[in-house]
Design a protein around this ligand. Sequence first.
Ligand SMILES: [Zn+2]
Length: 254
Amino acid sequence: MLLKRKFLSIALALGAIALSGCSSTGHDHAHAWGYEGNIGAAHWGDLKPEYATCKLGSKQSPIDLTGAKVSKLSPIKFSYKSSQLKIIDNGHTIQTNFVPGSTITVNGKKYNLLQMHFHQPSEETVNGKAYPMNAHLVHKSADGKLAVVGVFMKEGKENSFLKAIWKNIPQQKDKEVAVSKVKINLAKFLPKNKHYYAYTGSLTTPPCSEDVTWMVMKTPVEVSKMQIAAFGKYYSHNARPVQPLNDRVLKVSK
Ligand SMILES: [Zn+2]
């Protein structure tokens, strides 16, 4: 009996450790949603009251980039600096977090670079077609507005920027690893041609919050077949299906 009770208390203690590990990621339950089955994208809006925008919102992301209105869009001023590689497998994607200091400025508004992460296949599509992968570069302004820059990734030559990231994907989920000897500069990842699509949308993951400024680079960057396969070992399908444009206007740089 005593032995049993001891076992029980050990089990409880372990449970408490597991729970605190989970909440320390900032999610109340890190894996409460996913991309398949009854926690898949079609069900997000019903999983929690906080996720209701996923089904009720009318300005959701991603979208199919088609029928864009050719417009004079102001260039995005990228001011990215080298940053120590901080990387996390958050259970939904691989994400790198950036130290403060890198920014974009668009239409006179400055946004700080927070993180980049990846989707396979690409979340945005072009005329109904997905790329093998894409990256989302997430930024936030001082007044709390989000701006995401999308970069398509097509199969081609090896991407040297990604090498350091792929090599350092943590073995353990939900734990950020700071890789002391590796610095990355996101400027090296951007396509040379900075023309982009622009529209107003949402987060593509729960809680699907709206009022996100989306800027998707028209020109894809190249990654090798092996790099695509290497990411696929972690996440081979972590893309939300495209959402209706509704009454929004999709613009594209001249
Ligand atoms: Zn994303």
